[in-house]
Design a protein. Sequence first.
Length: 79
Amino acid sequence: MKEYEVIREMFNLCPGNQMRDIFIEEIELPEDADLEAFVREKFKNESSLKIERTEKEDGSIVFDVMTAAIHQRYTFSEF
């Protein structure tokens, strides 16, 4: 099993409010877990879904998620 710190950022697209919500959690997944599948499961009822994956130099993996209504970012960092 691998342990990850997951940071979820929800960006507010309203021009009058540029704040974002940030949530942090610790999760444990199998060694061969598909992180993109983990993120997709969160949005299984979304008809308009686009996910972009970026691997950072520090080893973290970032998924930018765009739906019809909101932009979210999931950042996975191994412990």
